[in-house]
Design a protein around this ligand. Structure first.
Ligand code: GLN
Length: 445
């Protein structure tokens, strides 16, 4: 598959031919179920879009039955930006329903398979985006990351996935899961493509009140892979990781040392606090955000005898099991009797997590961390919700702290599954993140 950088040099006739070729490849690899739908807009370089990002006149479902029949009346700001750069939204990527999940098994439109081994999940929730890029049926894709949903599927499929600093990329037109955690970001074949796509979607947007109004210097034009950095490693964090992950971590540290980086040891808060704070915060916000799906305003309606019954019926039929579980959990932690004990406490823990990262960054430019405790699990293996939540232990603190992070492939397990590790940077220092990641990618070639 051509890279995004290469695609940007093609003539419009070449792009046209490429799009036709791509369509037949997608057809050949239908069994992956990476695409929910084949909508197209424009004639430019095709980029796959996760199905929770608004593209005007497209059916957009968020992987849910409740949005069946909904046609988007507008473009998300990231889509407006892509179109302005000659890129065209091309296809809707499968995902866990409303981005809740770590395997893409909760999509109403069926599971996506991992192209490296079709017995395994591609990760989630941006599993369709990752599987398509890794499977050679998309040049690049957009995903969303609330607690790891770009980085973890990228790691499971052996590609690059990047979550920007909170506030860097507009959320206008992103179907909200947990608004204080969500960010849109790129899934690509390599680090440079990630930088290019990231540049295209980044920058201040007055339509998003949490978008940060600061000067934006494009990172892809200033990449310096030769920079020597101080990189913090987290030895205490590895106990819960599988042997394959531990081995890859150790050998990556050696690679970084050989490149001339300085390695420093650091410690973050125990991951059990991350998981609790995240699942309280994310479900609380989700329960409020999903209140808008009532059968009246969008998509699927199940008519009842009165308005209340219509709400109840539409939501009962329209939402899947995992989404319902989170709505219940979110309402519980926000209810007046439990608000202080759960929601308020989670916000305090969140602050501690953020402060802890800031402390580490006093003596380091980047942090090297696992992305997941294991390589891609088999389909059905993470059926127990608690097991699935625990598998997010390495990614969610980054969203709680609002930091940028990039996951890149560093090796393979004995059974041939990709291993990804992530680099984490201080807020708004995406330049250092991409410099470090490109340096590591080059060293591993
Ligand atoms: N797996 C996490 C969750 O289910 C993260 C999902 C995401 O980043 N969208 O909430």
């Amino acid at each position: 598959m051509i890279t995004l950088k290469e695609a940007l040099t093609l003539s419009s006739a070449e792009i046209k031919a490429f799009r036709e070729e791509l369509k037949s490849k997608i057809e050949e690899k239908k069994e992956l179920n990476a695409y929910i739908g084949m909508e197209e807009s424009g004639e430019g370089i095709p980029v796959l879009i996760k199905d929770n990002i608004q593209v005007k006149d497209w059916s957009v479902t968020g992987g849910s039955k409740i949005l069946q029949g909904y046609i988007s009346p507008y473009d998300a700001s990231v889509i407006t930006n892509l179109k302005a750069k000659g890129l065209s939204p091309f296809g809707r990527a499968n995902m866990d329903e409303f981005a809740m999940g770590s395997t893409t098994e909760s999509s109403y439109y069926g599971k996506t398979l991992n192209p490296v081994n079709t017995d395994c999940v591609p990760g989630g929730s941006s599993g369709g985006s990752a599987a398509a890029v890794a499977g050679g049926i998309a040049i690049a894709a957009l995903g969303s990351d609330t607690g790891g949903s770009i980085r973890q599927p990228a790691a499971f499929c052996g590609i690059v996935g990047m979550k920007p600093t909170y506030g860097r990329v507009s959320r206008y037109g992103l179907g909200a899961y947990a608004s204080s955690l969500d960010q849109i970001g790129p899934l690509t074949q390599n680090v440079e493509d990630a930088a290019i796509l990231y540049d295209m979607i980044s920058g201040y947007d007055p339509k998003d009140s949490t978008s940060v109004d600061m000067d934006y210097t494009p990172v892809s034009e200033n990449l310096k892979p030769e920079r020597k950095l101080r990189i913090a490693v987290l030895p205490h964090f590895l106990n819960d990781a599988s042997e394959a992950i531990q081995k890859a971590y150790t050998s990556t540290i050696e690679t970084l040392k050989a490149q001339g980086h300085e390695i420093v040891e650091a410690k973050l808060l125990d991951a059990k606090y991350d998981i609790s704070a995240y699942y309280v915060t994310a479900t609380a916000e989700a329960s409020t955000n999903l209140a808008r799906y009532d059968g009246i305003r969008y998509g699927t309606r199940e008519q009842g005898d009165n308005l209340k019954e219509t709400f109840i019926k539409s939501r009962s039929v329209g939402f899947g099991e995992e989404v319902k579980r989170r709505i219940l959990l979110g309402n519980f932690v926000l209810s007046s009797g439990y608000y202080d004990a759960y929601y308020v406490k989670a916000q305090k823990v969140r602050r501690l997590i953020k402060q802890n990262f800031e402390k580490v960054f006093e003596s380091a430019d980047l942090i090297l961390s696992p992305v997941a405790p294991n390589t891609a699990p088999k389909i059905g293996e993470l059926e127990n919700p608690m097991t699935m939540y625990l598998s997010d232990m390495y990614t969610i603190s980054i969203n709680l702290a609002g930091l940028p992070a990039l996951s890149l492939p560093v090796g393979k397990s004995d059974d041939g599954m990709p291993v990804g590790l992530q680099l984490i940077a201080p807020a708004f220092d995406e330049q250092t993140l991409f410099d470090g990641a490109l340096g590591l990618e080059n060293a591993l070639k």
